[in-house]
Design a protein around this ligand. Structure first.
Ligand code: RIB
Length: 295
């Protein structure tokens, strides 16, 4: 396999972030620090993570015709990402995420999807040149279900390696999931795929592969690293111990780094090792992209 592109279909957001001592509970008001603005969106974060790992990256999605959208696209161009297929939608607000980050680095996120909710199902057609078998196509759940399903079908039909990061958690049509080469959920997203809580021991993960009808699961486990599970074997990759500043975007960094490694021809198990290391470094900086390392 020659090095292919990483083609990311997904959300492009601006993140409005406030640091707090403790995350608020329901109905609770807490006083935080100063408001900070970062670039974000799961799709755009994954694109940046892949680009910083040396991949040739194409971003597909939508922003509004507002200052947030302009800034978001400029930030992607600076990373060397091809944004020619991102639509700028007249009259639509750009996607925005309201994020609280605790002193322990945990976060709470509310997303106003804006233009991301208006991405069209045929979005993959905007890739130029067209998607090929050398490419890795990545999609997540911050765009409409119809988009996710069509991208998976079209990417699979083109022979590309198709990756689904089912975040935020929601169920996926089993017929569509069966077309995905690598599914990358966290524990909660895996439960949504399977329909019930999943035991994270080897037997539980093997059963989850069968229950989800997936070809391969790469389950992200936070500070415990990740587990690669197929119907034959479960391989665990521990994470190095780091000083956590902000876990926002750690999953996105993992997905982008995994895609970059697959696009340069690494086997899936080696790609998971690389992605765990890259994601571990990413949580040592503030913001979804602040700690994202370069290869
Ligand atoms: O995964 C982190 C991302 O989720 C943030 O950048 C925010 O925009 C939301 O999409």
């Amino acid at each position: 396999m020659t090095a292919g592109r990483v083609i990311v279909v997904g959300s492009i957001n601006v993140d409005l972030v406030v640091g707090v001592d403790e995350l608020p509970g329901p109905g609770e008001t807490v006083i935080g620090g100063d408001l900070v603005t970062h670039q974000g969106g799961k799709g755009a974060n994954q694109a940046v993570a892949a680009a910083r790992q040396g991949a040739s990256v194409v971003m597909l999605g939508a922003v509004g015709d507002d200052d947030f959208g302009t800034g978001a696209l400029e930030a992607l161009v600076v990373e060397g990402i091809d944004v020619s297929g991102v639509r700028v939608l007249s009259g639509a607000p750009s996607g925005t995420a309201l994020i609280a980050v605790s002193s322990g680095g945990e976060n709470q996120i509310v997303v106003a999807p804006g233009a991301n909710a208006r991405v069209e199902a045929t979005v993959l057609d905007a890739a130029s040149p067209p998607v090929s078998a050398d490419d890795v196509v990545v999609v997540q759940h911050e765009v409409p279900v119809a988009v996710v399903e069509r991208v998976i079908r079209d990417g699979s039909a083109a022979g590309a390696t198709v990756m689904l990061n089912p975040a935020p958690a929601r169920a996926v049509d089993p017929e569509v999931l069966a077309l995905v080469d690598v599914v990358i959920p966290n524990e909660h997203e895996l439960a949504a795929l399977v329909g019930s809580a999943v035991s994270l021991d080897d037997a539980g993960l093997s059963a989850a592969v069968a229950a989800a009808g997936a070809r391969a699961l790469v389950v992200t486990l936070g500070g415990d690293g990740a587990a690669l599970a197929t119907d034959e074997v479960v391989t665990r990759v521990p994470a190095p111990v780091v000083d956590v500043v902000d876990t926002t975007g750690a999953g996105d960094t993992f997905v982008g780094a995994l895609a970059a490694a697959l696009a340069r021809g690494e086997a899936l198990d080696a790609a998971v090792v690389a992605a765990v290391e890259v994601a571990a470094v990413s949580v040592t900086g503030a913001g979804a992209r602040g700690g994202m390392p370069r290869r």
